[in-house]
Design a protein around this ligand. Sequence first.
Ligand SMILES: C[S@@+](CC[C@H](N)C(=O)[O-])C[C@H]1O[C@@H](n2cnc3c(N)ncnc32)[C@H](O)[C@@H]1O
Length: 198
Amino acid sequence: MSFKSPSPKVDTTQETLLFLKRLLKHPLRLGAIAPSSPALTSLVSRHVSVKPGSYIVELGAGTGTVTRRLLEHGIPSDQLYVVELDPELCGFLERSLPDIHVIQGNAVELASLLPREVVGKVSTIVSGMPVSTMPLNLQKKIIDSCFKVMTPDGEIVQYSYHVTSPIPALKLGLSKERIGITLLNLPPAFLWRYQRAA
Ligand SMILES: C[S@@+](CC[C@H](N)C(=O)[O-])C[C@H]1O[C@@H](n2cnc3c(N)ncnc32)[C@H](O)[C@@H]1O
């Protein structure tokens, strides 16, 4: 059974303070100076939909700004899994979004992190991870990890602050498309879609 849940309200001051605290502790891992803006979360959610029997996975959910917008946009909570490396951010996600599946772990291990019934049925992976600053071998591990759990035509929707593709698509056997841009984010952000190259 699928059910939609209204997006819970969060204390945005508390959210921003937590983000800044984790940014000071792990600047490279966070890779942004603030949670994504409403303009960016809206842009992302407009490019994500899910069919019955499929799943959405969000990588690097942070404080859940994109997660909440996906729920508001109609993604059923039981079809949404979020994976976040930072235990403190996971605690915040679990408290503020009690209806969704929060998994604390590394995006390179998706096949073992996700429940068996979800593996192979993920139609879209939304990522806010700072992939552009990761070394190529780590980018490759993450992409391989994504393809282990996605449907054959699955797609990765990645937002980034670089004008150029944050993932070297050709080297990793991907097709790429820039599908959106918003200036109303700090910094301005670009949205990319990647699929396995034909
Ligand atoms: C730029 S923040 C995005 C936060 C949130 N999605 C937003 O848009 O405000 C990047 C997030 O990716 C997480 N992250 C970085 N590397 C990760 C990895 N290998 N696996 C899972 N999460 C990771 C960080 O802990 C951080 O919360």
